[in-house]
Design a protein around this ligand. Sequence first.
Ligand code: ZN
Length: 78
Amino acid sequence: MFCTKCGHKNKINANFCSKCGSKLNIIIEHDLTPKKEVKKSMSLEKIFQVISVPLGIVLFAVARISLRTLFKYWFNNS
Ligand SMILES: [Zn+2]
């Protein structure tokens, strides 16, 4: 990118001008940061929604199996 102060051509990912040392335009990156965070939280909510259904089924199955084994032990002991 070009320096806004002296017009020197710098690397694309450079934060400061290599000629005059002034800060290069990174306002666009600052504007993108909150949007990314919003997207992340939204995707996390979606992941939780997707996981909650099979997780509930698995928990129900585990509870059933554990209850069965508990009843078996109870009948064997008495
Ligand atoms: Zn410069």
